[in-house]
Design a binder for this molecule. Structure first.
Ligand code: API
Length: 264
């Protein structure tokens, strides 16, 4: 399945009962684009006693991720076919994520709130200071660095070098996903994310888009509650809810698509 081009293999582990110790190797094998199915990540759907289901999320390099916004949207649709529940509480490593089926293909989820936030995070690269936002969503949080940067007019080799430099920067204790964005209107951005664990640009990133919306709001660069993000894989929407001028809820909304069902 994919959510705006961010693609995942989904496994119903409630019936498959694959052991957790085997998840990383299976992730690497199945996500391999040459020798496997090919995907940015893999999700093992498990049963949980405190929530409706549990998401075990692994990146294509076999590393476990705390959370994945587009992955949860896909999992919610996948689970709908198994459990027939239009609303779910999904346990992720970053915390509980609530999901809602809007229609056959569109899913809305409540992202975890930030646990670590630095809206004035400066990094020097080749003698230039770049100031962006470092945010971890959830606890333990998924790490994101958001930077307003003219990525569309940057040489692709240079962009890779810059993204890799930021992704491994010592300021980020667990590394970071790097979200470049460009404001194109009051509530619109173009966005490109370099992902930890995929070690490449992906076609979109859900939690990254949530962090971009939060950083824009905190830096007073948007004043409405909606952000539309144009990514190489499609459009994602973030809706913010406020309580006494603070962000209370961060919703991620977007399309999902089933590519194929199969046996491996
Ligand atoms: N693309 C995902 C995030 C994957 C996280 C992963 N790259 C990691 O840092 O472990 C999303 O839609 O939120």
């Amino acid at each position: 399945m994919h959510g705006c081009g961010n693609d995942f293999v989904l496994i119903d582990n409630i019936s498959e009962k694959i052991k957790e110790v085997d998840f990383p190797a299976i992730a690497k094998n199945l996500c391999d684009r040459k020798k496997g199915i090919g995907a940015d990540g893999i999700i093992f759907m498990d049963i949980d006693s405190t929530c409706d289901i549990k998401m075990n999320f692994y990146n294509s390099d076999g590393s476990r991720g705390e959370m994945c916004g587009n992955g949860v949207r896909c999992l919610a649709r996948f689970a709908y076919h198994v459990l027939n529940l239009p609303k779910l509480n999904i346990l992720t490593d970053a915390g509980i994520v609530k999901t809602e089926r809007i229609d056959e293909t569109k899913y809305k989820i409540l992202l975890n709130n930030p646990s670590i936030e630095d809206y004035n995070c400066s990094i020097n690269y080749k003698g230039v200071n770049y100031t962006g936002s470092y945010i971890e969503l959830g606890e333990p949080g998924i790490p994101h660095f958001c930077l307003e940067f003219d990525f569309e007019n940057t040489n692709i080799d240079e962009l890779y070098k810059f993204a890799e430099f930021l992704r491994h920067n010592s300021k980020f204790p667990k590394g970071a996903n790097i979200n470049f964005f460009k404001l194109t209107g009051q509530n619109n951005v173009d966005e490109l994310t370099y992902e930890r664990g995929v070690e490449d640009f992906t076609l979109s990133c859900g939690t990254g888009t949530g962090c971009v919306a939060v950083s824009l709001f905190k830096n007073k660069l948007i004043n409405s509650n909606t952000l539309n993000a144009k990514t190489p894989g499609g459009d994602l929407t973030i809706e913010l809810e406020f309580k006494s001028n603070n962000i209370k809820n961060i919703y991620l909304i977007g399309e999902t698509e089933i590519v194929f069902h199969g046996n491996y």
